[in-house]
Ligand binder design. Structure first.
Ligand code: UDP
Ligand code: MG
Length: 333
């Protein structure tokens, strides 16, 4: 079904999280605007489309730069979070801001690593009926071997532990406002959008693109943050680690039982003096397994603790646009 045939040209909001990106934003903001104009000229989207920057509590001049662009061209809009809350929360803040004002959103990082021109294919997929379009990296040649290896291991690990994610898809994706309305009902505080969006369902499509190098500045995702993201992803989407622990516990229990029988038989046959080494081994082994298991169970309890607080997932402190301008869809502006 051609959606635009019913509603006129659809309104797109690009959602772009920015954290300490002064080095790159001056370069990429005009690139986003060019793409928006290109899409408008090809008559794929309405000229009421917008580029929404989400300042994630940056400590440099990022917010000033966003305000500067917003003043210069009305296609740019900015919102600023009250403090740094992390990439996922920034994207969600932007998506929720966009939800009522557009027909579909495309979220993309602000560093120019993801091929901006892939938006055209994404939009075509949307017009052809997809509610969600995943941007998937076709190659990662520009990433360092280490980044590529850790990132690809991450996807495989996630899948093995029961968190269903699209391979090599990060947060470059198109989501229709209809799917966003449903996503809004996913109320978890620990966010992992890559895993949540597939759970929303609806008709989806995949668009592949090549990943480039960052245009300037440096990555905010060192190994430690990637590990945290992986842990968040697994513990918020899957309880398989708990089953694995139970399984390991059962196997270790059986081995322990055999050990006990062996010890009794040895003692009864009168050879029980030796055995210090095996005793230490068993104690260490069991101690290790127990601590590991407690740690994983603790991760889940920690999640439950954070979820029960029901704290807001984002707090918007400033906007470059006024509420009366809202709802572009309704034809205001
Ligand atoms: N980002 C954010 N909040 C943070 C860290 C990152 O909004 O706390 C944004 C950042 O500005 C960028 C995107 O998230 O637009 C992805 O970050 P980055 O490029 O550093 O990650 P990488 O591409 O290296 O995985
Ligand atoms: Mg990047």
């Amino acid at each position: 079904m051609d959606k635009s045939a019913i509603t006129g040209r659809p309104v797109l909001w690009m959602v772009i999280p920015c954290y300490n990106e002064e080095a790159v934003l001056m370069k990429t903001a005009p690139m986003f605007l060019d793409e928006l104009h290109a899409l408008t000229q090809k008559d794929l989207i309405s000229d009421k489309s917008r580029i929404l920057f989400v300042n994630d509590g940056s400590k440099d001049r990022t917010w000033e730069i966003i305000r500067y662009f917003a003043e210069k061209d009305s296609h740019f809009i900015g919102i600023s979070q009250s403090r740094n809350r992390g990439h996922q929360n920034a994207v969600l803040a932007g998506l929720m801001e966009a939800r009522e004002n557009c027909d579909f959103t495309i979220s993309i990082d602000c560093d120019g690593q993801d091929d901006i021109s892939a938006m055209e294919k994404m939009t075509e997929e949307y017009l052809a009926g997809a509610e969600v379009v995943y941007g998937v990296r076709s190659k990662r040649e520009t990433d360092t071997f280490f980044k590529r290896f850790t990132a690809e291991t991450f996807y495989k690990f996630m899948k093995a532990l029961g968190a269903d994610v699209v391979y090599n898809h990060a947060d470059y994706r198109l989501i229709s406002s209809r799917a966003l309305d449903e996503l809004a009902d996913f109320e978890e505080v620990n966010l992992f959008l890559r895993g949540m969006v597939p759970l929303v369902g609806f008709k989806s499509a995949v668009v592949t693109y090549e990943r480039h190098e960052r245009l300037a500045g440096k990555s905010h995702y060192p190994l430690s943050k990637m590990l945290r993201l992986a842990m968040d992803g697994i513990t918020s989407l899957s309880v398989r680690p708990l089953s694995i622990i139970a399984g390991v516990g059962a196997v270790v229990g059986v081995i322990g039982l055999i050990g006990i029988i062996w010890a009794i038989v040895t003692a009864l046959s009168g050879n029980s003096v030796q055995g210090w080494a095996s005793l230490v081994c068993v104690v260490c082994f069991l101690g290790g397994i127990q601590l590991l298991s407690l740690g994983v169970v603790g991760q889940y309890i920690g999640k439950i603790y954070l979820e029960t607080k029901r704290r807001p997932r984002y707090i918007i402190a400033e906007r470059t646009w006024e509420p009366y301008e809202r709802n572009y869809k309704g034809g205001v502006n």
